[in-house]
Design a protein around this ligand. Structure first.
Ligand SMILES: *[C@@H]1O[C@H](CO)[C@@H](O)[C@H](O)[C@H]1NC(C)=O
Ligand SMILES: *[C@@H]1O[C@H](CO)[C@@H](O)[C@H](O)[C@H]1NC(C)=O
Length: 494
């Protein structure tokens, strides 16, 4: 079984796959996908919108949203700023970057067909690759940097371009430094230059230059001098704000996070890792990569706030180890065995890709065109009240109408992060009390209230004045009792 890969085949496969995922991933994963990128770009370009506290405090780099701001500006200038394009084109942009990084991954693995197969079938790559999340961006840049890294035995001459990308991504996304620390130490160990020479003439100047450039961009965008990099550390390490977003036990990544994102690729990855450990003398690069994965997961496990997406930049490394192992393995076995394994890997990934990409949590995105239609009819007299956990839906990037919106906020308590007294917490403690305080009987009511179906029985008082005008599917398995299986829009009756 031999299939030839022409020079255009691999780019074609990956571009087709990533662009397809723009249309085949229709679900909501993470608020940051909108609130830390598109909403920021929308506010910048069109003058109305909402910036979360991260932007007020300046702990996020503006570099990523700037790409979408430029895109939105161009659309505004050529008068094509229609919602469909505002929603889809940023994803096409990210998908193209992901596809380019996929091609770099293929080159890096030594052009193995298993590399194409492993990456193309990875459900998590498919699910994430076209999302406008900083983690998808970080993963793409990291993968390109990995493909440029001077791996001993794999490249002829030692080029140092990768350092620019490493410096760039560590400034845009400071937690990237965790993964790149062991790799950069390895570089200093294997380089044919002296390490002190490299640090003085490459590492430091590149780092300083990029820091100055990003500080300039951030300060211009923020409106005053700011080093987002430093603010990020201040809030996350010193003030420990991250823990107000939930904590999970230390073993969560190993027991749950890693198996979930690798899916059925976990089995070949474990076998491949054992092989690397057994033959560590010949697989020095793989050993370092494995060490990087272990080190990063170790550090991540120590941090209290954990999410699946934080593991995403490690995925290409794990698939690299897996695909190189499978390439060696498949030379020794019958074609039938190869086909069987490929089939298992394929089906095992397509199931989560389909369910999570098409069904689970699609309502919070599907509701937006309905709201847009309502808002466009009568922008002055429309006001939306979202009675759901904070940032459950995107907002102005998907509405693209300057209407009044109100949602429950969940800003951390900066004085004491352990005390949870944000609006979401207070609301769900006693919904009617919160509503009476903020919407007294003699005051004006919002024209539309958006809720999950699970909330309806607790707020029948206020809803007696409303009529349900939209009722759509959200998910079969709500995350918690604050979420529901359906989403409803209630319209005020006069
Ligand atoms: C959006 O609406 C608000 C409130 O009606 C108004 O103050 C603001 O100027 C509007 N912004 C734009 C850019 O139209
Ligand atoms: C509604 O009533 C409350 C107290 O009964 C009062 O404080 C508030 O100012 C009133 N609001 C309006 C809009 O009349």
């Amino acid at each position: 079984m031999e299939f030839k890969t022409n020079w255009f085949m691999v780019p074609l496969i990956f571009f087709a796959l990533r662009i397809a995922s723009v249309f085949l991933v229709q679900t909501f994963y993470e608020a940051d996908e909108y609130w830390q990128s598109l909403e920021v770009a929308h506010k910048f370009t069109f003058g109305y919108g909402y910036l979360t506290w991260e932007w007020e405090k300046g702990i996020r780099s503006y570099v990523y949203p700037i790409f979408f701001t430029i895109l939105y500006k161009i659309l505004a200038i050529i008068k094509l700023d229609i919602p469909t394009l505002l929603v889809l084109l940023p994803r096409v942009l990210q998908a193209s970057l992901s596809a380019y990084s996929d091609i770099c991954f293929y080159e890096w693995t030594g052009r193995r067909k298993w590399a194409i197969f492993c990456l193309a079938t990875s459900w998590f790559s498919f699910y994430m690759g076209s999302r406008t999340l900083i983690n998808s961006f970080e993963t793409a840049i990291s993968t390109i940097a990995l493909s440029l890294f001077p791996w001993p035995g794999m490249v002829k001459e030692e080029k140092l371009n990768f350092l620019w990308l490493v410096g760039f991504i560590c400034i845009v996304r400071p937690t990237s430094a965790i993964m790149w620390l062991p790799l950069c130490l390895y570089h200093l160990l294997i380089t044919k230059h002296s390490w002190s020479f490299l640090i003085l003439t490459k590492y430091l100047p590149i780092g300083i230059l990029l820091l100055i450039a990003s500080t300039l961009i951030d300060s211009l965008a923020h409106g005053s001098f700011i080093i987002t990099f430093y603010e990020f550390f201040k809030f996350n390490i010193i003030k420990n704000v991250a823990i107000s977003y939930g904590t999970l036990p230390w073993y969560w990544y190993m027991s749950f996070g890693l198996p979930a994102i690798l899916g059925v690729h976990l089995m070949p990855f474990i076998i491949a890792s054992l092989m690397v450990l057994k033959n560590r003398k010949v697989h020095q690069n793989e050993l370092i990569l494995l060490g990087t994965v272990v080190f990063s997961i170790g550090v991540f496990s120590y941090l209290p706030h954990k999410e699946f997406r934080f593991l995403m930049p490690l995925l290409p490394i794990m698939l690299f180890i897996t695909s190189r192992y499978l390439a060696v393995w498949s030379r020794k076995v019958k074609t039938l065995h190869i086909l069987a394994v490929a089939l298992i890997l394929f089906i095992g990934n397509i199931v989560p890709a389909y369910y999570l990409g098409m069904i689970h949590q699609r309502g919070t995105l599907d509701i937006m065109p309905h709201l847009r239609e309502i808002a466009q009819k009568n922008p002055e007299n429309t006001s939306f009240l979202f009675l759901m956990p904070c940032h459950s839906t995107p907002m102005y990037s998907h509405l693209h109408v300057n209407v009044t919106t109100r949602f429950l906020t969940c800003n951390p308590n900066f004085e004491n992060v352990k005390v949870k007294e944000d609006e979401v917490t207070m609301f769900y403690k006693s919904p009617n009390k919160w509503l009476r305080k903020h919407y007294p009987p003699n005051g004006t009511l919002p024209s539309h209230i958006i809720t999950f179906n699970s909330l309806v029985p607790s707020i029948t008082d206020i809803l007696s004045r409303y009529k349900t005008v939209v009722d759509i599917f959200h998910t079969d398995v709500p995350l918690s009792s604050k979420f529901g299986t359906r989403i409803l829009v209630h319209e005020l009756q006069f």
